[in-house]
Write a protein that binds this ligand. Structure first.
Ligand code: C2E
Ligand code: CA
Ligand code: CA
Ligand code: CA
Length: 281
């Protein structure tokens, strides 16, 4: 039994070692991913519940790893944040998304203008040259700033609320649209929310998923909707998967939705085809 224990300890260490090496491998691969052109964007439509039409898309990054296949952001964004690699990756995402949106504007000149939503991580948000670098990407891609909406999580904004308000003001002055992401799971106070010059609140999918069966979550969604209305903000519900959720959102007067019920995130070719077809849900 004693030697068993020893063997187990040795195995444990071997596993730890393997895992540490695997993480290092992943970090090294992530460092090279941009140069190797392995990052790609998928786009998920955002739907106006009034018209049923697509009003915008959210850009969501994926990593096509040579050995591991396509990795979800949940598998590498935390590592990217930790290592600071999120800064160049985030810049690439922004540039790629703006280029694509400028391209769609040329391809669909008669369509009501779309917006592209781009996620900013807290690490990016903390960079002092963020506003300049976003401004530069917009200039280089010739995209109308009003067509770009930056999504910043409630928790990133609250890390330093005063500084956040100042940065958001600078974006606003440039006519860039702003959204609070994952709203409801953080801890913003009403007082702060009013000082942020934001356009949109995005209700986190954890509230939407079981809203129909979970009374508490329904009340949270109702409260957020009322709050947004008072502050004259648009509301997007994310993670809408089922028709009964959609019916509930309509009953609450929520204007925009995003989720598998309408479409999964799609690669560039598939979302372009969907935009061309311009369906109404
Ligand atoms: P998020 O910003 O909250 O994005 C929404 C996530 O919900 C996406 O996951 C989307 O695919 C997923 N989703 C959409 N509709 C549904 C639905 O009906 N049901 C369910 N269960 N899920 C749905 P994804 O693409 O895996 O991204 C996960 C997270 O990774 C994002 O959450 C965001 O925090 C982060 N992320 C993605 N792209 C970027 C990026 O370019 N930069 C940064 N900083 N973070 C990113
Ligand atoms: Ca988001
Ligand atoms: Ca979310
Ligand atoms: Ca409004």
């Amino acid at each position: 039994a004693k030697s068993d224990g020893k063997a187990q300890v040795a195995l444990f260490h071997a596993n730890m070692h393997k895992r540490a090496v695997a993480m290092l491998d992943l970090e090294n691969d992530l460092r090279r991913a941009l140069d190797r052109d392995e990052m790609l964007l998928h786009y998920q439509p955002i739907i106006s519940l009034d018209s049923g039409k697509i009003v915008g898309v959210e850009a969501l990054v994926r990593w096509h790893h040579t050995d591991r296949g396509v990795l979800s952001p949940l598998d590498f964004i935390p590592l990217a944040e930790e290592t600071g690699l999120i800064v160049p990756i985030g810049e690439w995402v922004l540039r790629r998304a703006c280029e694509q949106m400028a391209h769609w504007h040329r391809e669909f000149p008669d369509r009501p203008p779309l917006q592209v939503n781009v996620n900013l991580s807290s690490r990016q948000f903390a960079k002092t040259d963020l506003v300049d670098s976003v401004t530069q990407v917009l200039a280089e891609t010739a995209l109308d700033p009003a067509r770009l909406k930056l999504e910043i999580t409630e928790s990133a904004l609250m890390e330093n609320a005063q500084r956040s308000a100042h940065i958001l003001e600078q974006f606003k002055r440039r006519d860039i649209q702003l959204s609070i992401d994952d709203f409801g799971i953080g801890y913003s106070s009403l007082a702060y929310l009013r000082t942020f010059p934001i356009d949109t609140i995005k209700i986190d999918k954890s509230f939407i998923i079981d809203m129909v069966t979970n009374r508490d979550n329904l009340e949270i969604v109702r409260t957020i909707a009322a709050l947004a209305q008072n502050l004259n903000l648009d509301v997007i519900a994310e993670g809408v998967e089922a028709p009964d959720q959609l019916a509930q959102l309509r009953a609450l007067g929520i204007e925009y939705a995003q989720g598998y019920l309408f479409s999964r995130p799609l690669d560039t070719a598939a979302i372009t085809a969907l935009l061309r077809q311009n369906p109404a849900w």
